[in-house]
Write a protein that binds this ligand. Sequence first.
Ligand SMILES: [Zn+2]
Length: 97
Amino acid sequence: MIACGHPEFQKFGKDRHGSQQYKCMVCGKRFTEVREKPLGNMYVPVADAKLVLRLLVEGSSIRSASRITGIDKATILKLLVKSAMPASDSWMSAWSA
Ligand SMILES: [Zn+2]
């Protein structure tokens, strides 16, 4: 997902194919949302994470949610663990928003 390896980035519009683009806040490098191999990092866009959680709540399987959102199944499992943690205020608000 993060081409340059820096952890801070923001959305930077969309390219002509409609893919979400991001800009690194550290080095300024721009990159397009990568739909593969997010394994090992948790920098899933909140909108996508919320979509995953919503899909699961509405009865989708993890496999199905993964296919729809493009988020790796292992990452979805991490999201579930993280969203279930009471200490995770940001995730609780994302969950209820
Ligand atoms: Zn960077």
